[in-house]
Design a protein around this ligand. Structure first.
Ligand code: ADP
Ligand code: ADP
Length: 226
């Protein structure tokens, strides 16, 4: 089954805004997939529906063959979400943030500690494991958000504009972490409004504009058209 399968997805908000107007796409297991589009295109709405934060108006979403409506809990267990805003407790240490997060999802403490070390190393944060998170740089905080999402060992990692508003140095460090996660087998979907980011990271992409997919396919084929 595809990692993500979306059919005819529509979303109309209470105020009448049609954020999604019949979106269909497939993301294969192992892919690194970009959803590229300008502000207001519907990217956050799409991510919100996949991660069960936003109710769809109509259409189907399934994750590794599990229909979101049929078994939301099982579908959600496949997914790791990195939201746009940094939302961990600044007065906790990175190690505690990760271990507590895994604990919340039922991971036994010894296993959580082992995973936390692995994820902090992969995010170049192991030497910061016991600092107060408040003292981390903006880039480190972003990488900590990624490390935290990986603590539940999701098969599909979803990031909503993970590098919005950060400078190119910080973006490159985040790209390195994401490439490594993808190389280790996790399917990744990210939204971005930077073509450069999609180009550098992704094998396949969809371009979304005003709630409609206007192009989709392999990155190389699309670049050849631009
Ligand atoms: P509700 O109808 O559930 O009360 P709100 O209007 O409070 O929803 O909005 C929920 C969230 O969506 C808030 O974070 C708000 O800032 C954001 N939001 C509301 N309207 C828009 C809009 N037109 N564009 C983007 N975000 C919006
Ligand atoms: P993107 O992530 O691509 O910037 P969004 O999904 O945030 O796009 O927004 C798509 C459209 O839906 C925009 O017109 C936006 O103003 C509107 N929108 C987003 N959230 C809400 C909300 N909570 N209530 C009403 N309208 C919203």
């Amino acid at each position: 089954a595809p990692a993500l399968r979306i059919r005819d997805l529509c979303k109309t908000y209470d105020n009448g805004v049609q954020a999604l107007r019949g979106v269909s796409l497939d993301v294969e297991p192992g892919d690194f997939y970009a959803l590229l589009g300008p502000n207001g295109a519907g990217k956050s709405t799409l991510i919100g529906i996949i991660s069960s934060l936003v109710n769809k108006t109509s259409g189907q979403v399934s994750v590794f063959g599990i229909d979101l409506e049929a078994d939301r809990g099982a579908a959600m267990r496949q997914i790791g979400l990195v939201p746009q805003e940094i939302n961990f407790n600044m007065f906790e240490k990175p190690l505690d943030i990760l271990v507590n997060y895994a604990g919340f999802y039922g991971v036994p403490r010894a296993e959580a500690l082992a995973r936390a070390e692995q994820e902090l190393r992969r995010a170049f944060l192991w030497d910061k494991a016991r600092l107060m998170s408040r003292t981390l740089s903006g880039g480190m905080k972003r990488r900590l958000m990624i490390a935290r999402a990986m603590m539940t060992r999701p098969r599909l990692l979803i990031l909503d504009e993970p590098t919005a508003g950060v400078d190119i140095e910080i973006r490159r460090d985040m790209w390195r972490v994401l490439r490594e996660i993808n190389a280790a087998g996790t399917t990744i979907i990210l939204t971005t409004h930077y073509l450069e980011e999609a180009e550098s990271l992704c094998r396949n992409l969809a371009i979304i504009d005003r709630g409609t997919i206007v192009e989709q396919g392999p990155m190389r084929a699309l670049l050849a058209k631009l």
